[in-house]
Design a protein. Structure first.
Length: 481
């Protein structure tokens, strides 16, 4: 039987978090929280006589993305009218970019589960405007909300370089991470501000031609992206293997049945009668501004990961965890500038701070613990003022009451007991009080040693220096033999 390989290209749509819309002064509002049709200008609903004006902030945000995705930038940008008739679009056309998009020929490296890195080509990054949102009701009528109409929208289109659902998902997640780093999109897929549409075809292994593709629409999570893509690959393979042909069409995902279904046969570009938007002049971007925007980009995830590994000796896993979100990475960087040992700070963040954050459902920029305070806490452990276990409790206190670690140690009397004489006295007392356990130990029941350690820690309320306890206990037990 013929072996097939999948060929996949992704289109992603990202709303840009500007104050106002792409071509008007109407506000960009949260599509879930704002009441319907409260952020709408005459332009958004296609009133005759209104004229679009390009939002410079939106162009800057789009440029940030195009640069971060390694695109070549077109200095001469043209907007076009994409004509179609549907109630989500009162003007009867969407202003988009067609022939001269903002960015072309970019790329993005993704990490696969196998540990390999794969480069995905990016065909184009272009600016356009979002459409309104329709809600179809059970009685057959539909409601329309134009708050979203005209919100700046970025379309990011890959080359057909993706070969599996897993790769599609890794790519889409990486784009989301970068959009969040750049501060241009929240990445809230459930709010619809970021949408992913895979184009999928299969071809006989070894063939260089492309097969007929289908496009999956309205996938609202990364899991559905991976599952829907895998389903579509299997479906097309079954069609071809049984002698059928794949039809070029748009398909949806049915979550209940966990399968794709046909929505409509695919429209061609000529159906949209693209032509240059006569109400907007060509947009010229000069090199000085492009370079200014490039220079203002934050350090991006891959660069951060590489720096954490080479400069701080972190493992790739730890480096990726800390670089996952820009704010977390910056918190870590701040801690290091306050003199924290990078590896200890990384361990404390990953093992303890993130656990507290998860439990409290807080993000790094809403917690009370400041980077300098964690550095101070780690310092107290390194100086042996407190032991590791006490430090965990102190961090939990810092987390809830926001007090400095030294103050907590002081006011709760938590300082570690590192005084030989004091610890020896406690050990002696415990050996005297527990002759039965001592005799059993001396008769060869070695595991009772751990029990004695536990007793000492209990007596000292966990404050005894553990290394010292072990050392002094061994000496005390040896002298009994
Ligand atoms: P449109 O969907 O508007 O016609 P394109 O033709 O540029 O736009 O393709 C959109 C996406 O589909 C791109 O990501 C591209 O890589 C991908 N693509 C094009 N042809 C195929 C194919 N035969 N199989 C899979 N993906 C494809
Ligand atoms: Mg398409």
């Amino acid at each position: 039987m013929t072996e097939y390989e999948p060929v996949i290209g992704l289109e992603m749509h990202a709303e840009l978090m500007t104050e106002s819309k792409m071509f008007s002064k109407a506000k960009v509002v949260d599509s879930v929280e704002a009441a319907p049709n409260t952020a709408v200008s005459p332009l958004c609903i296609g009133m005759p006589g209104t004229l679009p004006v390009i939002n410079q902030k939106a162009v800057e945000y789009a440029l940030r993305v195009a640069l971060a995705l390694n695109c070549a930038i077109n200095h001469h940008n043209i907007f076009a009218r994409k004509n179609y008739f549907y109630p989500d679009l009162p003007k009867g056309y969407q202003i988009s970019q067609y022939e001269q998009p903002l960015g072309v020929n970019g790329w993005l490296d993704i990490e696969l589960e196998s540990g390999e890195t794969k480069r995905i080509g990016i065909r184009r990054v272009h600016m356009e405007e979002d459409t309104g949102k329709l809600t179809h009701q059970d009685d057959g009528t539909s409601l329309v909300d134009y708050n979203r109409a005209g919100v700046p929208l970025l379309e990011i289109v890959t080359e057909p370089d993706i070969r599996s659902g897993e790769e599609a998902r890794a790519y889409a997640m990486k784009v989301r991470q970068i959009l969040r780093y750049l501060g241009v999109n929240s990445g809230d897929m459930e709010k619809g501000v970021l949408r992913v549409e895979p184009n999928i075809s299969i071809r006989p292994v070894g063939s260089t031609e492309f097969g007929t593709r289908t496009e999956l629409k309205n996938l609202n999570s990364f899991r559905v992206l991976a599952d829907g893509t895998a389903y579509e690959i299997a479906r097309q393979t079954a069609v071809l293997q049984s002698g059928g042909t794949v039809i070029q069409e748009t398909r949806g995902w049915h979550e209940g049945r966990r399968e794709t279904f046909s929505q409509r046969t695919k429209e061609e570009a000529e159906d949209y009668r693209y032509f240059p938007e006569p109400d907007l002049p060509p947009l010229h971007l000069d090199d000085a501004w492009i370079e200014e925007v490039r220079a203002s980009l934050p350090e991006l995830p891959d660069a951060k990961v590489a720096r954490y590994m080479t400069a701080y000796g972190l493992s790739e896993y730890d480096a990726r965890v800390l670089a996952e979100e820009r704010a977390v990475g910056e918190w870590f960087d701040t801690a290091v500038t306050h003199g924290g040992t990078p590896k200890s700070i990384a361990n404390w963040m990953i093992n303890e701070l993130f656990r507290l954050m998860n439990e409290a459902k807080l993000s790094i920029d809403t917690i009370q613990v400041r980077p300098a305070a964690l550095v101070e806490l780690v310092g107290l452990v390194e100086k042996q003022t407190i032991n590791h276990n006490t430090a965990k409790d102190v961090l939990a206190e810092m987390f809830t009451i926001g007090m400095a670690p030294a103050q907590i140690v002081e006011s709760r009397g938590l300082a570690q007991i590192s005084d030989d004489a004091a610890i020896t006295a406690v050990i002696q007392q415990i050996l005297n009080d527990n002759p039965e356990q001592l005799n059993r130990y001396l008769a060869g029941e070695e595991k009772l040693r751990g029990w004695f350690v536990g007793q000492v820690m209990r007596q000292t309320k966990g404050k005894a220096n553990p290394a010292l306890v072990n050392h002094l206990l061994d000496a005390a037990l040896a002298s009994q033999k």
